[in-house]
Design a protein around this ligand. Structure first.
Ligand code: DC
Length: 220
């Protein structure tokens, strides 16, 4: 592959583990590009919801993924020219993304798009299968996790901070259901990649997690 020499750091982990924030900060510090692969599944889910395509229609959803009119610019995400950063963060879209992500055809449809993010000087990629499937030859692989309680609390604070009402028990149940689906699906399940460094951030600040990843990277 022509770009296989370009360094990649993969940061995989369960939902609300903080991997998105950590990945963005690490990319910023290193001057690397960022791939938020969850956003691609969320964009595909949002496209399906908006087009009235049934979420269980694997091939129709995969077609939308393959033709995703998405653009990324300075942290903003556009779908057919419309800024949808906030829209794709909605819980409904996240849960729908988790459902369609179980379909092999959908994962295949988004494969090439993800590889295209590997550009000089380097890439930080966050998701579920960055180290196992998409970039198995990454320079550094991190599996970032936190207890389900810590994650529910972080999500709760995030939603309340945005003025969105939230219920702790409901969030905990949603996270457990999402973990269950992401971990037990037959294609690209959420598991630490071979050789991945495990980072449990339950009792860590974002700064500490970022420093730890940068430290591992500097050792390589
Ligand atoms: O990271 P996130 O919460 O934005 O991801 C939304 C959903 O997309 C997640 O529940 C599972 C799926 N996903 C995936 O299957 N593989 C990835 N690499 C990224 C996300």
């Amino acid at each position: 592959m022509p770009n296989s020499h370009i360094p990649v750091i993969t940061i995989d982990g369960p939902t609300a583990s903080g991997k998105g924030t950590v990945a963005a900060r690490v990319a910023d510090r290193l001057g690397y590009h960022l791939l938020d692969s969850g956003a691609l599944y969320r964009l595909t889910a949002l496209s399906a919801i908006r087009a009235g395509v049934a979420l269980d229609d694997e091939h129709a959803v995969a077609k939308l993924g393959a033709e995703l009119p998405a653009t990324f610019s300075n942290g903003d995400i556009f779908l057919a020219g419309e800024e949808v950063g906030a829209a794709i963060r909605a819980e409904e879209v996240g849960n729908s993304a988790s459902k369609i992500a179980a379909f092999p055809a959908v994962r295949q449809a988004l494969y090439g798009l993800q590889l295209g993010f590997r550009k000089a000087p380097g890439l930080v990629a966050d998701g579920r299968d960055m180290g196992t499937v998409i970039f198995p030859n990454a320079r550094l692989k991190v599996f970032l996790t936190a207890s389900v309680e810590a994650r529910a609390e972080r999500r709760y604070k995030q939603l309340i901070g945005k003025g969105i009402s939230a219920n702790m028990e409901g969030l905990l149940a949603d996270l457990q259901a999402r973990d269950e689906r992401d971990t037990h699906r037959s294609v690209a399940p959420l598991v630490p990649a071979e050789g991945a460094y495990i980072l449990d951030t339950s009792d860590m600040t974002v700064d500490e997690a970022v420093e730890q990843v940068l430290h591992w990277n500097a050792l390589l």
